[in-house]
Design a protein around this ligand. Structure first.
Ligand SMILES: [Zn+2]
Length: 146
């Protein structure tokens, strides 16, 4: 009887873990690009850093019901003809993003500099990964010793 209960508990735990995959969680992260135009004539959320790269700033909000350890965001910049000018990825630096909590993101397009910045007419920013931070009983152990 005790053994049966233990197996049932194990099965339940496994089911929960498999349902809460990173790919499901990423759909629950709300992404917002800063709505304030930082320079006239430049899209909201975009700016050029001191080194001349295009940057896109925004926030992610954890809409899932579990804390997240990491949210990875990817951005792509296109010209008027739809040609890809550059890509950028960034990961949130907060220790833990609680449900409902927001974190800043800053995408740096290392290849979009100088005249290419003026060619940017469209951009896409998407959440590509959301990693839960809950410590389960060894079922998920993605944390490296750092
Ligand atoms: Zn930069």
């Amino acid at each position: 009887m005790k053994v049966a209960a233990f197996i049932a508990a194990m099965f339940t735990a496994t089911t929960i873990v498999s349902l809460a995959t990173a790919s499901d969680l990423k759909d629950k992260v709300k992404l917002e690009i800063e709505s304030i135009g930082l320079h006239p004539g430049v899209d909201p959320g975009m700016y050029v850093c001191a080194l001349g790269h295009l940057h896109i700033k925004g926030t992610v909000q954890n809409g899932a019901n579990v804390p997240l350890r990491q949210v990875k965001v990817a951005g792509r910049a296109f010209d008027a003809a739809g040609k890809l000018l550059g890509t950028a990825t960034t990961t949130t630096r907060t220790e833990k993003l609680a449900p409902g909590q927001k974190a800043e993101i800053n995408l740096e397009f290392l290849t979009v500099t100088g005249p290419a910045i003026d060619q940017v007419k469209r951009h896409e920013v998407v959440v590509v990964e959301a990693v839960p931070s809950k410590k389960s009983s060894g079922a998920i152990n993605l944390h490296s010793a750092d």
